[in-house]
Design a protein around this ligand. Structure first.
Ligand code: ZN
Length: 63
């Protein structure tokens, strides 16, 4: 999957064996490369911790 497919702003490819691993890699990637996106994701997470997963996990499962 790409950063973009997970709601990020770039086309960097991220690969993982499991969704949990994917979330970890995406989180690290976003914090290192896209501080603004990281802030938005943190805000989203604080409002509804399951929102991001609900939105993007189906994309992971179909990828
Ligand atoms: Zn990115």
């Amino acid at each position: 999957m790409t950063c973009k497919a997970l709601g990020g702003p770039c086309d960097t490819k991220l690969s993982a064996e499991t969704w949990d691993e994917m979330v970890g890699k995406m989180t690290k990637h976003v914090m290192a490369n896209h501080p603004d996106t990281a802030k938005e994701m943190e805000k989203m997470h604080n409002e509804d911790p399951e929102k991001w997963g609900k939105e993007y996990k189906p994309k992971w499962e179909s990828a």
